[in-house]
Design a protein around this ligand. Structure first.
Ligand code: TC6
Ligand code: NDP
Length: 265
């Protein structure tokens, strides 16, 4: 009888932007399943405690926290080098760090546009090229990129974010073809709205407003629901998936409203 293998035990995974939100949930989920995780954020004071929590857990993989602004290529090189130094190899990369501000297209300055493209798209390029070099010289690996439903469908006031997240989908598809012979799978996750500290900050959604995960539809999602999909894509169970984008958005209302009051006009 065939038993599916959703495991990641023994893998070494880099997860960017793991001090909070989706990235933190991904790091905790992978570590709880026995993976070693190298996690980063712009502040060791924010990402360090996440690693401490993982390292204090029994039967979990180990965590290495690194202060790294993924917009800075030399800092990404340091993240990659330290990961190899501590864990010996890199099997998986999760390009999670990202963000946005909400503004009409005509009000976005050149610097504002560049900051979002840099944070979402160029940082993914830095991490993928530098960690990918280790994977390609070794036994291959698996890469998961975080796009967004806003990279698949238009959302007003998110032109910079949507363009950068759409580009991530095409980058995923292209690398899946280019690096297939190197034994590297590259896939993407496109979440709908997920309650995270970042979303609370930008949209004002508080965690106490959140419906339970058990409620099936017409709600905002939880970070763990994205982490579960990332683990699947990293696992042997997804061995025949390459270049795909998995959308996770529950069942939206026809008018795109949610079961919580977002406090938006
Ligand atoms: C369905 C999915 C929805 C959710 C998706 C998510 O991703 S949730 C994740 C949620 N989490 C997050 O989004 C994370 C929170 N945000 C951040 O990480 C950062 O603030 C940043 C990446 C937005 C900018 O980083 P930085 O270090 O480059 O910042 P900087 O201060 O140097 O500004 C650079 C330029 O941007 C301009 N500008 C900035 N804000 C606004 C604005 N509101 N309006 C107009 N413009 C704005 C600013 O004026 C400047 O241009 P200027 O004046 O020189 O021409
Ligand atoms: N939440 C949502 O509704 C959705 C989110 N997404 C995507 O999922 C990803 C995570 O989002 P979410 O968890 O909501 O975001 P949060 O803002 O809650 O968390 C972002 C994380 O990224 C880190 N980070 C931000 N900038 C950098 C940087 N330059 N270098 C390194 N780390 C950085 C932050 O750490 P620190 O501040 O300590 O540096 C933090 O750990 C993003 O790519 C986002 O676009 C996609 C669709 C929907």
């Amino acid at each position: 009888m065939h038993e599916p293998d959703f495991g990641v035990a023994g893998q070494t995974a880099i997860v960017t932007g793991a001090s909070q939100g989706i990235g933190r949930a991904i790091a905790e989920t992978l570590a709880a399943s026995g993976a070693n995780v190298a996690i980063c954020s712009r502040s060791i004071d924010r990402v360090g405690p996440v690693a401490e929590e993982i390292n204090a857990a029994e039967d979990a993989g180990e965590a290495l926290a690194v202060e790294c602004n993924v917009r800075e290529r030399e800092q990404v090189q340091d993240l990659v080098d330290r990961t190899v130094e501590v864990f010996g190899d890199i099997d998986a990369l999760v390009n999670n760090a990202g963000g946005e501000f909400v503004a009409p297209f005509e009000d976005i300055s050149e610097n504002g546009w560049n900051s979002i493209v840099d944070l979402n798209l160029n940082s993914t390029v830095h991490c993928t090229q530098l960690a990918g070099e280790v994977m390609r010289e070794g036994d291959g690996g698996v890469i998961v990129n975080l796009s967004s439903v806003n990279g698949q469908h238009p959302a007003p006031n998110e032109s910079h974010y949507g363009a950068s997240k759409a580009a991530i989908i095409r980058l995923t598809e292209t690398l899946a073809v280019e690096w297939a012979d190197d034994g590297i799978r590259v896939n993407c996750v496109a979440p709908g709205l997920i309650q995270t500290p970042g979303v609370a900050e930008t949209l004002g959604i508080r965690s106490e407003q959140m419906p339970d995960r058990e409620e099936t539809d017409r709600r905002i999602g939880h970070s763990e629901e994205i982490a579960d999909i990332v683990q699947f894509l990293l696992s042997p169970a997804a061995s025949f998936m390459n270049g795909e984008t998995v959308t996770a958005k529950g069942v939206p209302r026809p008018d795109n409203s949610f079961d919580v009051d977002l406090g938006l006009e």
